[in-house]
Structure formats: structure tokens, C-alpha cells
Ligand binder design. Structure first.
Ligand SMILES: [Zn+2]
Ligand SMILES: [Zn+2]
Length: 186
């Protein structure tokens, strides 16, 4: 089964989801072996859903016309997401800056880590809507630091912004499915 995402540098590879899981758990375990084991278990559980053509993040169906977005969790961007989850993930960097207290709870689904997948699509839709609603009423200033990093200045203070400068995926790394072809021929 070959699943291609819009931005992926190759078709979806379960090993990339394993890496994404391990990466987000890197502070949780000291023993990389345990981490790997848990990651493999997680991915094995998620695979039937993804192979059925659903979104890896929310389990939701994709429309027939919908080309999955490539998750930004990996540089190859091969993990397939629905449009809502792709947008939620794209906002996660800014959401991290905006989330300051309990009143920001509706934004939390935007920063949902991979080990909490699947996350409800409805919650993500609400979170994106909440983000957009706030975006219209808040003013912020994006500052370029001397080290080239970015800061966001709002009336509440200044915070570091983690934005990706690179598009990743095939745009940056080119498209190469040769390894996948070899895998299929085996
Ligand atoms: Zn989704
Ligand atoms: Zn990949």
C-alpha cells in the first residue's frame, strides 16, 4: 500500500512514524530500547487506520479528492494528515507561545504530541477556529533576534517562536522512493 502526501519526500513509511514518536519521547525515557519498543507498539496499533487511508493524527476519513498533508514531525513529511490536522500542526509553534493558562485550554489540541494520537478532529477544528478568532483581535510584533531567531511580542510580553525556516519534504530534499520500491519488490 503506497500512501503519498502532498509534501512528502517519499511515500509514507512506518519507520518515519516510529522516529517521530521516539523523537517526542526523547526526554521521557533514559533507555532508548524501551523507547523504541513503545514506538513500535504505537505504530503497529496506528497502521491499520493509516493503511485504510485515514488521517494519522485524528483517525478521520479523508475526502476522495483530498491529498493528505505531510506532517511536519519529520523532515521527509511523509506521515499523512487530513487538512484540519495539517493546519492544526502548522499552528502548533504559535499556539505554544499563546498558551499561558487554563483559559487557553481550547488551544491545547493544537500542540497534541504524537504519543497522544489519535486526537479528536472536532477538538482540532474548534482549536483552529479559536486560534483564528484570537488572531483577529490580538496584535503581535514579530521580532528578528540578533542570532537570527524569532520572538513574538504581545501586550503580555515577549516569547521565543519556534518556526521552521525550511519547507522540508520534497521541496527541500527531493523526491526519492527508491528505497520504498526495493521494499515492495522484496
Ligand atoms: Zn486529521
Ligand atoms: Zn518519511
Amino acid at each position: 500500500m503506497t500512501i503519498r502526501t502532498f509534501s512528502g519526500a517519499h511515500p509514507f513509511r512506518p519507520s518515519c512514524l516510529i522516529e517521530a514518536y521516539e523523537d517526542c519521547m526523547r526526554y521521557e525515557y533514559t533507555d532508548p530500547k524501551d523507547r523504541r519498543e513503545e514506538a513500535v507498539e504505537f505504530v503497529e496499533e496506528r497502521l491499520p487506520t493509516i493503511d485504510a487511508g485515514r488521517c494519522a493524527r485524528c483517525n478521520g476519513d479523508l475526502e476522495d479528492w483530498e491529498i493528505p498533508s505531510g506532517s511536519r514531525l519529520t523532515a521527509c513529511r511523509c506521515i499523512p494528515l487530513c487538512t484540519t490536522c495539517g493546519r492544526a500542526e502548522a499552528l502548533s509553534g504559535l499556539a505554544q507561545v499563546l498558551i499561558r493558562g487554563p483559559e487557553d485550554g481550547p488551544l491545547v489540541p493544537l500542540i497534541c504530541p504524537v504519543y497522544d494520537w489519535p486526537v479528536s478532529r472536532k477538538e482540532q477544528e474548534d482549536a483552529v477556529a479559536e486560534f483564528d478568532r484570537r488572531g483577529q483581535v490580538r496584535e503581535a510584533l514579530l521580532l528578528i533576534n540578533t542570532d537570527g531567531g524569532l520572538s513574538l511580542a504581545t501586550e503580555e510580553g515577549v516569547a521565543q517562536v519556534q518556526m521552521r525556516e525550511h519547507p522540508d519534504g520534497w521541496l527541500e530534499h527531493g523526491y526519492d522512493e527508491s528505497a520504498d520500491r526495493a521494499e515492495r519488490e522484496r
